[in-house]
Design a protein around this ligand. Structure first.
Ligand code: ZN
Length: 228
């Protein structure tokens, strides 16, 4: 049988784990969700989470599958080489928060049990691991001044909730890319890794804001014309 790395292959692998391992996993509340980037076969992102965080794991999957495809091409291009060099399987341990208060970390070793040892189903693929702390990412002020200014703009247009949701998803995406960058170049200093992920976030958000504001003024104009 040919070993092609795909979300289905990984899901099948998880289903075929020895019964005891599956039960242990199920009882401890551990769940997995596999996501892939729309424009490339690898890396596959395996979101390891508690059953309590299933909704958030779904969001992270959407970030990989949809939001990545929606950012401007030059933003995607800035991570092209990093994603190309990245381990073909990336395990993301989804947490609410970290003791240290960080947004995320790359791990030196893969600790997530089903992926900590090589297996035929991985087709010889390299496995990397990171954690991300989503409640910390929700409250993170990536760019304090402009974020506050944008909040005000969207409050006026009563699209604040929608804006915040998109902003959060772009933050998740930039943290995921930031930690992938660390996995690919462990020696690169934090400052340059951070510079790239912040630029990605800033430009992706700017592009979203630009198109959202274009439709917002359209909506406002229409509601005014109703009174006219
Ligand atoms: Zn970092």
């Amino acid at each position: 049988m040919e070993n092609v790395l795909s979300p289905t292959a990984i899901e099948e692998y998880l289903c075929k784990l020895p019964r005891r391992a599956r039960w242990r996993q199920w009882l401890s509340g551990r769940r997995y969700r596999v996501a892939c980037f729309a424009d490339r076969a690898t890396p596959l992102v395996i979101i390891a989470h508690s059953f309590r965080d299933a909704a958030m794991a779904r969001q992270v999957a959407l970030v990989v599958e949809q939001d990545w495809a929606g950012v401007p091409p030059h933003c995607r291009a800035s991570y092209d080489e990093i994603l190309f060099k990245a381990p073909s399987l990336i395990v993301v341990q989804l947490r609410r928060k970290n003791v240290c208060g960080c947004l995320g970390h790359r791990h030196l070793f893969v600790r997530e049990a089903p992926f900590s040892e090589p297996h035929d189903a991985f087709g010889g693929a390299q496995v990397g691991e990171m954690d991300i702390a989503y409640t910390r990412i929700e409250t993170w002020l990536a760019q304090p001044l402009s974020d506050t200014a944008l909040d005000a703009k969207f409050r006026e247009g009563s699209r604040l909730e929608e804006f915040r949701a998109q902003q959060f998803r772009l933050r998740l995406l930039s943290v995921l890319l930031h930690e992938t960058h660390h996995l690919v170049s462990p020696q690169e200093p934090e400052i340059s890794v951070r510079e790239r992920s912040i630029a990605f976030y800033r430009e992706a958000l700017a592009s979203y804001v630009e198109s959202a504001i274009a439709t917002m003024s359209f909506t406002i104009d229409r509601s005014f014309s109703r009174f006219g």
